[in-house]
Write a protein that binds this ligand. Structure first.
Ligand SMILES: CCCCCCCCCCC/C=C/C(=O)SCCNC(=O)CCNC(=O)[C@H](O)C(C)(C)COP(=O)(O)OP(=O)(O)OC[C@H]1O[C@@H](n2cnc3c(N)ncnc32)[C@H](O)[C@@H]1OP(=O)(O)O
Ligand SMILES: NC(=O)C1=CN([C@@H]2O[C@H](COP(=O)(O)OP(=O)(O)OC[C@H]3O[C@@H](n4cnc5c(N)ncnc54)[C@H](OP(=O)(O)O)[C@@H]3O)[C@@H](O)[C@H]2O)C=CC1
Length: 309
């Protein structure tokens, strides 16, 4: 009798996956992973150009990808997105709610409007997409959802709004797991720590310097995370191998959520080897990652590691 691993070529063949924010960063990497495992991927966000570029990359790799425009803060736009996906592809098996973000600010400087904006984008936006996917497809046919949150555990200094929003999404995920299991919907969240991604472009250069500087030494893994490390967690949660994982929040943060205080300093070697996803290291920093972070990735790719794995 031959045992067959769940991780095989064509794992998601015939399945349709929707990735919000799929044109850039973590979403782009998730889209690549799913397409290379056989899914037909729909990438959706506000800006057409990054979505089309990701689509071209996937198609050139032999995968199938399509672009849809959406603003997840607009209920009608989300409704149209889900209806379009179902009309074009006749199904929607997998949903990754990755679109989101915030701005950096001490809590005392966040206006009510600013707080509301971040809650509406991340919490209400994610809910709007979940709800539309459930109503227009998953209630009748089931489906699998992964929501991207953040390391909000123990609070989120300088990001009070997003900490609140991501906690809301995690809690909503746990509720939907219990309410929507009867529809055959499985739903989990992934909480990335600080990840080298296009998202870092949103922070001013001095903040980028702080993050690329000593910041990572406070992480038990001694470094920042990569897009591919978040994507692989998302893909696992979407896979049949995670069929009994429901309502969970998977932390992909190198252990940072366990302590926000300085940890034991690390030697020059990186103790835990990075997974970079793309086989050609030259494509890591080329597109949308700020140069200082690209350099850090190149170091991760080249650096000696004490890990045997
Ligand atoms: C000191 C070093 C500390 C280091 C700590 C580093 C920690 C790193 C951890 C990283 C973890 C997370 C990473 C990521 O998420 S990666 C990033 C992903 N992408 C983004 O975050 C970008 C997303 N941002 C946006 O899309 C927009 O900025 C946003 C939606 C948030 C707002 O856009 P919008 O166009 O709607 O905004 P408006 O201009 O209409 O403003 C609405 C209200 O919000 C207030 N606002 C907006 N920007 C700011 C700002 N930069 N500072 C303060 N307030 C802001 C604005 O004033 C409006 O409020 P009012 O209605 O009161 O006027
Ligand atoms: N990088 C990190 O360290 C961490 C990231 N995260 C979260 O992971 C997710 C991906 O971030 P990352 O890849 O790093 O950064 P990006 O900024 O590259 O990704 C954010 C994506 O969301 C899309 N988006 C933003 N607002 C909307 C909207 N209103 N409607 C539709 N799409 C929208 C953007 O596309 P467009 O502008 O074209 O609409 C973009 O593709 C985000 O939710 C982020 O907050 C969480 C923890 C850590």
């Amino acid at each position: 009798m031959a045992y067959q691993s769940v991780f095989r070529t064509g794992l998601f063949k015939g399945q349709v996956a929707l990735v919000t924010g799929g044109g850039t960063g973590i979403g782009r990497c998730v889209a690549h992973e799913l397409a290379s495992l056989g899914a037909t991927v729909v990438v959706a966000a506000r800006r057409r150009e990054p979505l089309e570029q990701t689509c071209r990359e996937i198609t050139e790799n032999g995968g199938q990808a399509h672009v849809e425009l959406v603003n997840i803060r607009d209920e009608e736009s989300v409704d149209t997105l889900i209806r379009n996906v179902v009309a074009k592809f006749g199904r929607l098996h997998l949903l990754v709610n990755n679109a989101g973000g915030q701005f950096l600010s001490p809590a005392e400087n966040i206006s009510v409007g600013g707080f509301r904006t971040v809650l509406e984008l991340n919490a209400v936006g994610t809910w709007t997409v979940c709800r539309a996917a459930m109503l227009h497809w998953m209630k009748e046919h089931g489906g699998i959802i992964v929501n991207i949150v953040a390391d909000y555990f123990n609070g989120f200094p300088l990001m009070a709004h997003t900490g609140a929003a991501r906690a809301a999404v995690d809690n909503m995920t746990k509720t939907l797991c219990q309410e929507w299991g009867k529809f055959g919907i499985r739903i989990n969240s992934v909480a990335p720590g600080t990840i080298i991604s296009s998202g870092m472009q949103n922070y001013p250069p001095p903040v980028q310097q702080m993050i690329t500087g000593g910041f990572h030494t406070e992480n038990p893994s001694g470094r920042l995370g990569t897009e591919a490390e978040v994507s692989s967690a998302v893909v696992w949660l979407l896979s049949p191998g995670a069929a009994y994982v429901n309502g969970a929040c998977l932390r992909v943060d190198g252990g940072s959520s366990l302590s926000k205080a300085a940890m034991i300093p690390h030697p020059d070697d990186i103790p835990i080897k990075a997974f970079l996803g793309y086989s050609d290291a030259s494509c890591l920093g080329e597109r949308d990652i700020p140069p200082a972070f690209g350099e850090l990735l190149a170091q991760y790719a080249a650096k000696k590691t004490t890990s045997k794995l």
